[in-house]
Design a protein around this ligand. Structure first.
Ligand SMILES: Cc1ncc(COP(=O)(O)O)c(C=O)c1O
Length: 459
């Protein structure tokens, strides 16, 4: 955009910054003297939606060893057979390095796409490898799907709360994110109907519903089986595509799985999967399964971003699936995460003051916690870190002013003992916060605006 009618020195992005010039003169440094604002003024409008997530901002403090972090969603990789994996990777490079270290197809390694279809069949999906595209984590798939479908101002429906990385992708493409309420059985079909009616009345266009049906991040709840057909039916009748994100589906603590939405409606569901939570997040291998025409467009979009996903990483995953007992490994993960979930629920029960509430996940990584009236979880976070415990405050999981009293507590990474200690410290922090609130009045003054119930706990 041009800056008409103002002084060039105020608006010209390439104009030298007088203060920087002065500093340079006094320091003798020969660095660029352009005003830092010059760069920000050149940014495209869409960058307004690109802001650091509260969770990322937290990472540096939360990762100090003395702090028990209940904040991140990092899988527990200590459970992996690292020695045999290392040998396998070395063998892969020495025997197949010419392929593994070379460019590959934009759609992904064919053998891996076949294996992905076998994995998806565990949740009832009957898919052809041609309709699968490998991505750099499912995060990239979210970016691509949004890039292909969303124009600025289009509405994306998402559960409230929702995965922070997805909200980031939607915001980056200037989507209007509208939350739909959940309860302990996941997304509420009636709330979905009402939200669609309301948004339609406002003359807005809904592009898709983004949903995490299994072991939700951050809510820890699962969409009841009997609701699944209803959600699909509502979306199909209103011409709304469903974006099903399912990185935790195989991490049910009793080995239980649920029928994927994609299994019942292949034409209207785009499905995202990932190896991050069931194998290795650092390899950044995920996938998207989409109706054929959509898949073709997604491949074109992916080509312009990465040319192709990393061949070596895909071949590592493929080898792992064909040479290791990966289903046995998933059972190990299930047991470990179940033990950690139990440690967290037990500690919450033992230590939390009256008035707190939390979800009881049957799989995945997260408990969604609601503090008593008056507590502002975001404002309290620095005080919690001083007490050497960190969490992800609820506000980061919403677009808009929701989630003040909520927090996400992750039990995936710390040991059961550390989880217990972390919850004890958090309970102390909340108790002290409540004392302050009772003495000085509510710290939580922000209004809970908007049409939807803000969380599974209050819905
Ligand atoms: C619901 C959900 N979707 C997607 C992702 C991103 O996964 P990936 O590592 O495959 O990009 C995560 C990671 O935490 C997640 O919780």
């Amino acid at each position: 955009m041009s800056d008409q009618g103002t002084q060039p020195s105020d608006t010209d992005p390439t104009a030298p910054d007088p203060q920087a010039q002065q500093e340079q003169a006094s320091s003798g440094r020969q660095t660029s003297v352009y005003n830092l604002d010059a760069h920000t003024r050149r940014y495209a409008q869409r960058t307004a939606g690109m802001t650091a997530s509260e969770i990322r901002a937290l990472f540096s403090v939360a990762s100090r060893p003395e702090v028990v972090s209940l904040a991140g969603g990092m899988p527990n990789l200590a459970a992996l057979p690292l020695d045999s994996l290392g040998e396998e990777i070395a063998r892969l490079v020495s025997t197949d390095g010419q392929a593994a270290l070379q460019y590959g197809s934009a759609q992904g390694v064919p053998q891996l796409r076949e294996q992905i279809c076998e994995i998806m069949s565990l949740e009832g999906i009957d898919a052809h490898p041609d309709d699968v595209m490998v991505t750099v984590g499912s995060q990239m798939a979210m970016d691509l799907v949004t890039r292909v479908f969303v124009d600025p101002g289009d509405v994306v429906l998402a559960e409230g709360p929702s995965f922070v990385g997805a909200l980031g992708s939607f915001a980056a493409y200037q989507a209007d994110i509208v939350h739909v309420a959940m309860d302990s059985d996941g997304l509420q079909p009636e709330a979905l109907r009402q939200t669609i009616d309301e948004v339609t009345r406002q003359g807005k266009r809904i592009k898709f519903l983004y949903t995490i049906p299994n072991f939700h991040n951050p809510a820890g709840v699962t969409l009841a089986t009997e609701r699944r057909a209803e959600v699909l039916d509502i979306c199909a009748r209103h011409g709304i595509m469903v974006l099903e994100d399912n990185p935790y589906g195989l991490l049910g603590f009793d080995g239980q799985t649920y029928p994927a939405l994609r299994a019942s409606d292949p034409d209207n569901v785009v499905y995202l999967g990932s190896f991050s939570k069931v194998f290795a997040s650092g390899l950044r291998v995920g996938w998207v399964l989409a109706p054929h025409a959509v898949r073709e467009k997604l491949v074109l979009a992916a080509e312009s971003a990465t040319l192709c996903p990393p061949t070596l990483n895909q071949m590592i995953v493929s080898r792992y699936l064909s040479t290791h007992d990966w289903q046995g490994q998933i059972k190990v993960f299930q047991e470990q995460y179940r033990e950690r979930r139990d440690a967290m629920l037990g500690a919450l029960e033992q230590h939390m003051p009256a008035g707190c509430d939390w979800t009881h996940p049957e799989g995945g990584f997260y408990v969604w916690f609601t503090a008593p009236e008056g507590v502002d979880a975001k404002a309290m976070l620095p005080r919690a870190v001083t007490q050497r415990v960190a969490y992800a405050s609820g506000t980061g999981f919403y677009s808009g002013e929701f989630g003040n009293r909520q927090m996400r507590l992750s039990f995936c990474y710390p040991t059961p003992e550390r989880i217990h200690e972390g919850v004890r410290r958090l309970a102390n922090t909340i108790t002290e916060e409540l004392d302050l609130v009772h003495t000085f009045g509510s710290a939580d003054r922000r209004p809970m605006t908007g049409p939807q119930a803000p969380s599974p706990d209050t819905a």
